[in-house]
Design a protein around this ligand. Structure first.
Ligand SMILES: [Zn+2]
Length: 318
């Protein structure tokens, strides 16, 4: 069977096409994504049986073998969805189209849904993006770099009252480090920790032996020389010297910084890892067409299990 991303359906997954297709066709698209290996025909999630009764009026299925009842979104991050299939598809298209990310407030206005609904939906889509990258290993030539986000301390108005915000004692304690590991001409992964040095362990976990690593002069990267062929660039001297540079890693940070400042204005600490992974996914897929990107996210969302973190999130938080 032809891969969904290469099909006409994926190419035409524009916002216009989504609203034109209507609810029946949108539902069909979800079935095609969920059960791609069975030509879009339902497969029982409990026993794997491919023979099912189709309860068309309720868009549910009943397994012939084990009598389990399920829907196309059962067991996926869209389980117990409240939005129509058209709205869900539209949300995915709007979400992938936002190169700097999409604010929940904008999504709620565009779809005419509650802010809470949009907030949780956007986080579920981020979760699907992250799952698509899970378990990935990086190799070849990679660049490693870190940057700090969050915990902004506003300077006081009068100069005499100002404190040195570089000193630990004068920081909010909410600042976190994002470390990016980026293959040249390849994919990237991100890690969030209290300090940039926390990224060393992450590098060891995802970068394969035999890899060439480029990093800056920060001393915590010194240990990488023991396992990898490592090149260092002292940014006090130059951005690129004798072939050593971390410009690709830094271009990722400028994207994440633009998302923080331009779209979300403030990224709350617990969500930093999700936003970093989302922006890495966007950077990795920047040459893929919008329609195909929407297809990748939908496919990942249908493969992703029921969200532990976001299922009933507002009910819990309230
Ligand atoms: Zn069954």
């Amino acid at each position: 069977m032809q891969h969904f991303l290469l099909s006409a359906a994926a190419r035409t997954l524009s916002l216009k096409a989504v609203f034109k297709m209507g609810e029946d066709k949108a539902y069909e698209t979800f079935c095609e994504m969920r059960w791609a290996e069975n030509d879009g025909e339902a497969v029982c999630p409990r026993c794997g049986c491919t023979e099912t009764y189709n309860i068309t009026s309720r868009r549910r299925f009943k397994c012939v073998a084990c009598h389990h009842q399920f829907s196309v979104t059962s067991g996926t991050i869209f389980a117990s969805r409240k939005l129509s299939f058209t709205d869900l598809l539209a949300a995915i298209v709007i979400f992938v189209n936002g190169a700097k990310g999409v604010a929940a407030l904008q999504l709620s206005r565009d779809l005419d849904v509650q802010y809470k609904t949009a907030f949780v939906l956007a986080h579920k889509l981020r979760e699907a993006m992250a799952l698509e990258d899970a378990g990935q290993k990086l190799g070849g030539v990679v660049e490693v770099d870190g940057a700090y986000f969050g915990g902004y301390v506003k300077p006081t108005n009068h100069k005499a009252h100002r404190r040195d915000r570089r000193l630990l004692a004068n920081q909010s304690g909410k600042r976190q480090s994002v470390v990016v590991v980026r293959e040249r001409d390849g994919d990237m992964l991100t890690f969030v920790g209290k300090h940039e040095s926390d990224g060393v362990e992450a590098v060891h976990a995802v970068v394969e032996d035999g890899t060439t690593i480029h990093a800056d002069e920060a001393s915590h990267w010194d240990v990488l020389h023991a396992r990898y062929e490592a090149y260092r660039i002292n940014h006090g001297e130059a951005y690129s010297l004798n072939g050593a540079c971390t410009n690709m890693a830094e271009s990722f940070f400028s994207r994440l910084r633009r998302a923080e400042i331009g779209t979300h204005h403030h990224i709350a600490g617990p969500y930093l890892a999700s936003y970093a992974a989302e922006m890495a996914w966007r950077e990795d897929n920047r040459r893929t067409s919008n329609g195909a990107q929407a297809g990748v996210v939908l496919e990942a969302a249908m493969d992703a299990p029921v969200s532990r973190r976001w299922a009933g999130y507002w009910q819990r938080a309230a």
